[in-house]
Ligand binder design. Structure first.
Ligand code: 13P
Length: 278
């Protein structure tokens, strides 16, 4: 990452001089969604691991396969002594009990997950996940020592309604997700801005749109938790990120990485995303 990228006017600060913001470690996550049987997942994880060189470690790189593939992918990474990290796509907030089909934070810890996506728009839209559910998941994950990757993002109708409704919508999702969460928990979280209209559509937000929302998110976190926490939280963009467009997002001062869907299923393409943030 270049000095220019780091040297900028922080949007979450009252300071206006250009000063060097403490560097956040970039993070690139691959959300495999409901793709890859266990056999296929092992092949993809191995392929990514083979393409992943030691000096890419400056970018924290996280594979998020389906639950059923986690153990097999963990085995591949362990065998390769890989610096690649493991993440889940969802969690349930209870510790254990009669919750058929659910997976607890402790189960994710034992399999080796360092991260877990929560509040993805597909879970919100298709499976009825509410802001309250997202908050419970965030709290349960933080208690278990897993960093939540909190997805926020507006639909096309909200975006078309204008800047203010879009900002208010995202602020509402963010406030709800962090309800009852302390500054250290917030600092360990990742917030992913994923506008719904850009997911799987090939239509990305412009880097300026993503930067504007991420600056706003950082500003809200600063108001709530203070400047230091806001500067520690990593913000990523997701929505049709590809090797061809990732370079534009890298330039944006409040973007610390990306959350890829489609491009995460192709090892060389995924590695290009990682390399862009080096
Ligand atoms: P695509 O990269 O396929 O648009 O998916 C983005 C996403 O939803 C990642 O969580």
């Amino acid at each position: 990452m270049s000095e220019t990228r780091r040297r900028h006017t922080s949007t979450a600060s009252s300071a206006t001089a250009d000063f060097v913001v403490p560097r956040r470690r970039p993070i690139v996550l691959g959300n495999w969604k409901m793709n890859k049987t266990t056999t296929q997942a092992v092949v993809l994880a191995q392929d990514i691991s083979n393409h992943y060189y030691r000096d890419y470690d400056r970018v924290e790189t996280v594979l998020c396969p389906p639950f059923i593939d986690l153990k097999s992918v963990a085995n591949v990474l362990e065998f390769d002594r890989s610096a690649l990290r493991l993440g889940a796509q969802d969690v349930y907030w209870e510790e254990s009990g009669a919750y058929t089909g659910a997976i607890s934070p402790a189960m994710l810890v034992e399999v080796g997950c360092a991260y877990c996506i929560v509040g993805h728009s597909e879970r919100r839209g298709l499976f009825g996940e509410t802001d309250r559910d997202v908050n419970r998941k965030v709290q349960a994950l933080l208690s278990a020592g897993i960093s939540p990757v909190i997805c926020v993002g507006e639909g096309a109708a909200t975006r078309e309604a204008g800047e203010r409704p879009t900002q208010e919508f995202i602020a509402g999702q963010l406030e709800a997700a962090f309800e009852g969460v302390g500054a250290s928990g917030a600092a360990r979280s990742v917030v992913a801005y994923e506008p719904i209209w850009a997911i799987g559509t090939g239509r990305t937000a412009t880097p300026e749109q993503a930067q504007e929302i991420c600056a706003q998110i950082r500003g809200r976190i600063s108001e709530r938790y203070g400047h230091a926490t806001a500067q520690a939280v990593r913000l990523v963009y997701g929505g049709s990120v590809k090797p061809e467009n990732v370079g534009f997002f890298v330039q944006m001062p409040d973007l610390d990485g990306c959350l890829a869907g489609g491009a995460a299923l192709d090892a060389p393409a995924f590695i290009e995303l990682v390399k862009a943030f080096l």
